[in-house]
Design a protein around this ligand. Sequence first.
Ligand SMILES: *Cc1c(COP(=O)(O)O)cnc(C)c1O
Length: 874
Amino acid sequence: MTGMKAIRRFTVRTTVPAQISALTSLATNLRWSWHLPTRNLFESLNPELWEKSRFDPLSMLSALSREQLQLLAHDPDVVARVDSAQASLDCYLNEPRWYQELGAEAPQSIAYFSPEFGIADVLPQYSGGLGILAGDHLKSASDLGVPLIGVGLLYQAGYFKQSLSKDAWQQETYPLLDPDALPLTLLREDDGAPVLISLPLPDNRTLHAHIWRADVGRVPLLLLDSNVAENDDAARGVTDRLYGGGGDHRLTQELLLGMGGVKALRVYARLTGTAAPEVFHTNEGHAGFLGIERIRELMDPALTEHPLSWSEALAAGRASTVFTTHTPVPAGIDRFPRSMIEHFFAGKLAPGVPVHQILALGAENYDGGDSDVFNMAVMGLRLAQRANGVAKLHGVVSRGMFSGLWPGFDHEDIPITSVTNGVHVPTWVDPALAELARERFGAEVLDGPDWSKVYDVTDEEVWAMRRRLRAALVSDARRRLRASWKKRGAADAQLAWTDSALDPDVLTIGFARRVPTYKRLTLMLRDPARLKALLLHPEHPIQIIIAGKSHPADDAGKKMIQDLVQFTDDPEVRHRIVFLPNYDIAMARTLFPGCDVWLNNPLRPLEACGTSGMKAAINGSLNLSVMDGWWDELYDGENGWAIPTANTGTSEEERDDIEAGALYELLETQVAPRFYGEVVTMDAGAAGPSQPHDGALPAHWISMIKHTLAHLGPAVSANRMVAEYVQRLYQPAAEAGRLARANDYAATKEFAAWIDNVRPAWGGVHIEHVESHGLNDEPQIGESLQVRAHITLGQLRPEDVNVTVVYGTASDSDELTATRSLSLDSVQEYGPGRYQFTTELVIDRSGNFGYGVQILPKHGALANPAELGLITTA
Ligand SMILES: *Cc1c(COP(=O)(O)O)cnc(C)c1O
């Protein structure tokens, strides 16, 4: 080695001989990352190099020498296997799948925007759950044949790599990626020049970007890269790292993602002759400016013969936009100073689009809002006609959290639905488990809705598989532990103990995720002596494997890691509890399958969904979790354990005490004894555990594993999730979008004019009085009463409104529950602008019956009556 450092580094792609040239396309399409036969093919070519290149086909190909490649090319068996793998890929890319049965009405193309995508460890463009989810969304879309196009940024350093200092403080490094060495293809014009998209910035600067395409099975993912020669230094750095800087840097990233992303889609459609997206789905608020770019396109006289007005363009854009909110934690939502947005849009970024209207979209003009702030989530909701949270409970929480945008509405009527997240099964099921399923039941069983075949597997086989997965994790953990200690300054001579750290026969509990405070990494340390006793229990010990990165700017998170690692450093327990640095996809794929129990103890209800427990479940791990996110709707008593939540009103300290106490109690009296085959009664203290005879299997535990696989498998699959998005959100959005565009936007113009009329006139809508007739003193079920509402509509017409009676069971405080509603659709005008609305209401229940009357706007183009945030109640 010389002391010389390279001033420039680049990757030369291998030329693969013609006989096996398909290896290049097999290595470039990321389907290999979840398609076991393709991985096996690469491994078989050279197992040693496969391991050395960290299971990255492209890197392995470039590491093969010309001679080795020639040898492979002249081996008829290799050639045949490469051909067959390529045929399988071609078939996968072209054959009709689930989506192709939906018919011609299904959207031609759907754009999916996200600031991060976690697809494979070779493409580290994610920080946590949001990115992994986006990756899984693309993969399942591909498996289902959904014509999705992903849009994101290509970060030069991705997210940081984590290591620990001697005193257990998180260290961050940002190794630069070379796009040429990644499974990416640069998008080029027909003449071969790289496509360049541009965004005008303030002070006459321009931000340029190249577009890289990753192929995720059938789904192209376009990644914008500002590291191009045409840019000044600052502009080159825009895509330097994921969630790097704040302020201007972050805003420029998001402008590039949203506005640049739409421009990239336009170029892609032009170059490939494919359909323009009919639906735009934004994964969290970061990409929200895509809505502004689409409004700009519709308003720009240079682009269309008949430019639309602001209101028309907004209505047209909203019709085909879907917004997904992902977090109830304020720190997870991007907010910018209003003045910064004003500064950026004052220039040529969106000529013709009124800046005050853009500012209004992100305004927190509600109780508790900050008038100096521009809120990306709020803009997301205002720019999308359809919105959702990511689990049922998160839907409830989001409707409450954003209720300020719909003043006067009951929270349950706020138009934010929920689609529970899922995980891409072929990516997250352990290969050993997948092989077993395939051998026994055929290829489809883990892709399909029927997982109950697991009941045909014997207890012995299940238990042997669990041990195998646990042992694989233990050996991976030992390797990582040793490497981490070496990084922290230990010498090899001091590290012999790591070879026997952890035990492949001890109940293994996993906890790995990002480390924001609400996820409470250190809850388990609440009573260190009690934790120690659990770890070292003579009959039923537990061992815990922990991992997670803290955001570089979050010292509270780093302190939690430090506290935890310092506990694990104790020689008394270090063989039973370990922290593994640099949590990423590669680690996760061994971790989930290897754990018997997956632990999650966030502060309820701050975990929007959480997906790591789902990944554990599809591998037969049992969940032990606070009733938050997905677990709140899918825990059923036999698939794991629920950690009870302290009552609201307790202080944070008390809450942690109570919930940690409950966690210890569960581990001590339920989880550990059951794992070791003791018969556990719910009333643990009373009977005392009975010891199993030697070699007996823990029958109850194994039945819980089978139950988990059979019931949770299909429910947590990303195929279920993507199908729901298609049916409940994409299809309606595409239909609304088509109606909006038809006849040169005729319906949009009418709808926008209607909104512009209804909004200011709504103040004139009043319920003067409501009366009912026809009930005697002792009303009976089945009798009816006539409800009459006298209403002033001011400038509006009766057909502009829906007057409804909302009825239900009335509480002592007159709160209505179990409500239903009925339109008052018989109308009589009794004075200028004054109407009587009437209906017959049948009493459908006994007990305290109550009703109220409300008025909502009515128009065929409204996706939801609450959409405009206008309501009048009696
Ligand atoms: C699944 C996953 C996450 C998300 O975990 P949560 O428990 O949902 O927060 C984060 N990082 C990696 C590497 C994952 O695989």
